[in-house]
Design a protein around this ligand. Structure first.
Ligand SMILES: C[S@@+](CC[C@H](N)C(=O)[O-])C[C@H]1O[C@@H](n2cnc3c(N)ncnc32)[C@H](O)[C@@H]1O
Length: 436
């Protein structure tokens, strides 16, 4: 997979996971020189598919000079990575004291040491309001202090052709002293939950993403042949690239009769809540009726579980997380999504091999940056970066490192929490930083 690299186009991947971010960069001609990741299964997945070493290390404990030794004198084009997001995720308990939140500053320390021309930092939207906005404020301020010009952009990755709405925060910076934009959005999208309808082509739908796969097996060991010898649509064709096996792995389910009955009752868009109570899972009943200490039902706190939900085939999927194969029901069949279906919705090609048990693989897939979106970002930054003989002119005068701009939401209104963050970031926009 690795192609010859010049000194100027080296990429370092941190918190590499299964390698979604890295695979996207590799497919744009920028394969990471190495990855770094604490989870052994994820490291093995990375190494098999990306083809470079994944250092199995705890990035909160390694000395930043570790990478200087690994990289030698090479100048880095970019550091890419998405530190863990559990502490920030609106899907989980949000805890500013969660030690995993500090990993964002470990990322920063390594950028400070490695001095790439660009860094691309990806995270969940919860980062923006974590710790009343101080997490993102402190992080960005520190990047500015290192000499980077920075943009923050909350974006929906469906706009880059991913068959799923997936809101993520991108913080991108360069130390070239140039202003830059994010890659242009190419697609409109609608998952029922998030939408941006426009004259742009509609991103591949869930049906289009799953078409071409054969009937899901009942055992994990099976390789399931494609439904037809030839790709049935352009997304299917993209997924089949380099897969000479005539079928896919990880395409299995173990739905029992009761679950099939449940699923059969669900129409697209409906959730466990829409079923008669006798069909509710015990865990769903417990969580649905549980009241928190002050008596507020968890429903009212926005934390109520929706349990299983059937997806719409003619729209994009909802966000794939580590829970997707438990919660998301196939748009037409009476079973949850298979692991391979989740991988496709995340735009991992069918030849991508995952290591670990089913739970580990599901998590690796849910954690990933969809390679298709990562590739769009990689190509865009590559074109912007002067070292590649790019289409930007060297700046007549270099910008002082500054916050170039931010987009915190695409909605018209803003939550109170986000307004606080906006206020803090505005102070960075206006302020000539004392970088001493
Ligand atoms: C959001 S995932 C990254 C996914 C990856 N960007 C991709 O596209 O596949 C975060 C990763 O950080 C890893 N991680 C968590 N704590 C870590 C630590 N202390 N050191 C190194 N990696 C860590 C997790 O195992 C997880 O794979």
């Amino acid at each position: 997979m690795l192609s010859a690299r010049s000194q100027s186009d080296s990429v370092l991947s941190l918190f590499s996971g299964a390698g979604g971010f890295s695979y996207g960069f590799a497919s744009a001609g920028l394969p990471p020189i190495c990855g770094a990741e604490i989870d052994k299964d994820a490291c093995a997945t990375y190494e098999e598919n990306i083809g470079s070493t994944c250092h199995n290390v705890d990035l909160s404990a390694v000395e930043p000079s570790f990478f200087r030794d690994v990289l030698g004198p090479k100048e880095l084009f970019a550091v890419i990575g998405g530190p863990p997001c559990q502490g920030f995720s609106t899907a989980g308990a949000r805890d500013a004291q969660d030690p995993r939140n500090r990993l964002i500053f470990n990322y920063l320390r390594i950028v400070a040491e490695a001095r790439p021309r660009w860094f691309i930092f990806e995270n969940v939207e919860g980062l923006l309001t974590s710790d009343h906005g101080t997490a993102v404020f402190s992080l960005v301020r520190a990047f500015l202090g290192l000499g980077y010009s920075v943009r923050i952009h909350k974006t929906n990755l469906a706009a880059y052709g991913v068959p799923q709405t997936r809101k993520r925060v991108l913080i991108i910076g360069n130390r070239l002293g140039v202003d830059f934009s994010l890659p242009s959005e190419m697609y409109s999208y609608d998952s029922g939950k998030s939408k941006k309808r426009s004259s742009k082509p509609f991103a591949p739908t869930l049906d289009q993403a799953l078409d071409g796969l054969g009937v899901a097996a009942r055992s994990r060991s099976a390789t399931v042949p494609y439904s037809a010898a030839e790709a049935v649509n352009s997304f299917d064709q993209l997924m089949r690239v380099d897969n000479n096996s005539g079928g896919v792995t990880e395409h299995f389910h173990s739905t029992d009769t009761k679950d099939e009955e449940r699923c059969a009752l669900l129409k697209p868009g409906q959730t466990m809540k829409d079923l008669p109570e006798e069909y509710w899972h015990d865990s769903f009943k417990r969580r649905a009726f549980r009241r928190v200490m002050d008596g507020t039902p968890s429903e009212k706190r926005g934390g109520a579980p929706s349990g299983i939900k059937r997806l719409h085939g003619d729209l994009q999927s909802l966000t794939i997380t580590g829970a997707a194969p438990r919660e998301f029901i196939h748009p037409h069949e009476h079973r949850p999504l298979t692991i391979r279906e989740c991988a496709r919705i995340q735009t991992f090609p069918d030849q991508y091999r995952f290591h670990g048990n089913a739970a580990s693989v599901t998590q690796q897939i849910g954690n990933a940056v969809p390679p298709l979106a990562a590739a769009a970002i990689a190509r865009h930054l590559q074109a912007l970066d002067g070292a590649f003989g790019s289409d930007i002119q060297p700046p007549s005068h270099r910008l002082e490192p500054r916050l170039l701009g931010f987009v915190l939401t695409e909605a018209t209104g803003m939550s109170e929490a986000l307004q606080k963050t906006e206020l803090m970031l505005n102070s960075l926009l206006q302020q000539e930083l004392d970088l001493a």
